[in-house]
Ligand binder design. Structure first.
Ligand code: ATP
Ligand code: MG
Length: 452
């Protein structure tokens, strides 16, 4: 996946003309280039700021590339360093690799090879950078392991989620069905000071009006027919922890009034009882309706709305964060392959394209179910478009038997698929190889083979 971040590259070479040439070349490729005229200058740079990649000549007069490499690796072991050696002196290259160089290239430089090796190094760097970025934004103690997504809207949401987690405020989570409201609620609880106490869930729509009060507040023995013993409600079960009230909009007006009182007073009495019990519970409520318009329609109490809505989190529908679709798809593929003891190499580009184009009215849950069923039913190495033939693709409806079979030799099909994928990946070979489900090396071999 291409990102808009510019990648910072440090070019280290004491040969000014070579350095300038590299700077011009790399700037043209979209990198932000910094220059160092010898090893010690490079070390100073690395001490001062992070880089995504270092390109370093091995033979320099003052401090050699090999010496600088050791020091740099000591300062920041995660920066990939590509060594350039003037003579195809395998020996110094091997030495450099032993000291932790990522790759080496020989002069005169083959620009295509340079570009390829830089991109490959960037793939590593990129992953690390994305993880770091997320950690930096969200705080190192905020564990979002379960939540997949790196779209700006999701990063934004996670940022607010982390602030919500560090407070004790009531939270209202809004979002369409299947967007991940519950997973967000759980993330808040398990990152809050209440994490060692219970996280209790109650779906307000799943319980009949008559039983909801007793579910929430508990009841005394004999409170109603069938109440053969005292039972504690969800509020008491959640003491010290968090109570997740799902589908809050489905609560009756009478129940809303009772809930409001408990939230305000921070105490309750069991149904049919007298005893007043103090409670310490944080509430997270969720709804897939627009709660404010429910207030305006007179279906939801305004005072309760404002009580619940101290912090509002809006979980965006999947169609508004399409860049998360490939990540989620891979995540679910892995998850269900493991569960079903199957192994897949990935998705074909056409299959992924279809997943991206579809508008997912049931959001992440629908996608999860779709991939689970494809995993169970498919018998091939890659999940292909035909495994998702039931998904309308927005342009036409293709039944499994409908797909045109290209009347071409297999090699031609492969060649044109590679070309098309490269085109739709903006010429980015890492991205293209990812979409094709092959390694960059394989892609390279094929390009060579087909003279592309
Ligand atoms: N960003 C995500 N990363 C990984 N899994 C996710 C993500 N969002 C949702 N899921 C998964 O999708 C499923 C649906 O999510 P969840 O139950 O949180 O949605 P919801 O908004 O509460 O849905 P509903 O409105 O139907 O109750 C869950 O299995 C959840 O684990
Ligand atoms: Mg839910």
């Amino acid at each position: 996946m291409t990102t808009k971040t510019s990648w910072d590259v440090l070019v280290v070479d004491d040969d000014t003309s070579h350095r300038t040439m590299l700077k011009t070349l790399l700037t043209g490729w979209g990198y932000r280039v910094f220059e160092a005229d010898d090893g010690s200058n490079a070390i100073e740079w690395v001490q001062g700021r992070p880089f995504d990649l270092i390109l370093m000549d091995i033979r320099m007069v003052k401090v050699s590339g090999l010496e600088a490499l050791s020091v740099i690796k000591g300062i920041n072991p995660s920066i990939p360093v590509i060594i350039i050696t003037a003579y195809s002196s395998v020996e110094s290259a091997i030495q450099a690799m032993k000291k932790g160089a990522y790759e080496y290239l020989t002069k005169p430089l083959d620009f295509e090879e340079l570009r390829m090796k830089m991109e490959k190094a960037m793939d590593h760097s990129r992953l690390r950078k994305e993880n770091l970025l997320l950690k930096e934004i969200i705080g190192s103690h905020f564990d979002t392991r379960n939540i997949i997504g790196k779209s700006p809207v999701m990063i934004n949401l996670l940022e607010t989620t982390s602030k919500a987690a560090s407070s004790d405020a009531t939270v209202l989570v809004m979002g369409e069905s299947g967007t991940g409201k519950e997973i967000i609620a759980g993330t808040i609880h398990f990152n809050s000071r209440r994490k060692d106490n219970p996280f209790i869930k109650l779906n307000c729509a799943a319980i009949s009006e008559g039983l909801l009060e007793s579910e929430l507040f508990g009841h005394e023995k004999g409170a109603f027919t069938g109440a053969i013993r005292r039972r504690e409600g969800k509020f008491i079960q959640a003491h010290g922890g968090t109570l997740f009230l799902d589908e809050i909009s489905e609560m009756s007006m009478a129940m809303q009034a009772k809930l409001l009182r408990v939230i305000q007073e921070k105490e309750l009495t069991r149904v049919g009882g007298e005893e007043v019990i103090a409670i310490d519970v944080r509430i997270i409520a969720a709804t897939n309706k627009n709660l404010l318009s429910e207030v305006q329609k007179g279906n939801f109490r305004e005072d309760l709305y404002y009580r619940l809505n101290v912090i509002t989190l809006r979980v965006p529908p999947l169609r508004h964060r399409k860049e998360d679709i490939p990540l989620l798809a891979e995540h679910f593929l892995k998850m269900f392959s493991e569960k079903n003891g199957k192994s897949f190499k990935g998705f074909t580009p056409q299959a992924m394209d279809r997943l991206i184009k579809y508008h997912w009215p049931g959001n992440v849950r629908e996608m999860m179910n779709t991939i689970e069923s494809a995993v169970v039913l498919s018998g091939s190495e890659y999940l292909s478009e035909s495994d998702f033939s039931l998904l309308p693709d927005g342009t036409h409806h293709a039944a499994p038997g409908d797909q045109p079979v290209p009347n071409l030799p297999l090699e031609e099909v492969e060649k044109s698929t590679i070309l098309k994928t490269l085109e739709t990946s903006g010429g980015n070979k890492s991205e293209a190889s990812r979409r094709l489900g092959i390694t960059r090396a394989t892609l390279h071999k094929k390009l060579k083979k087909y003279g592309m």
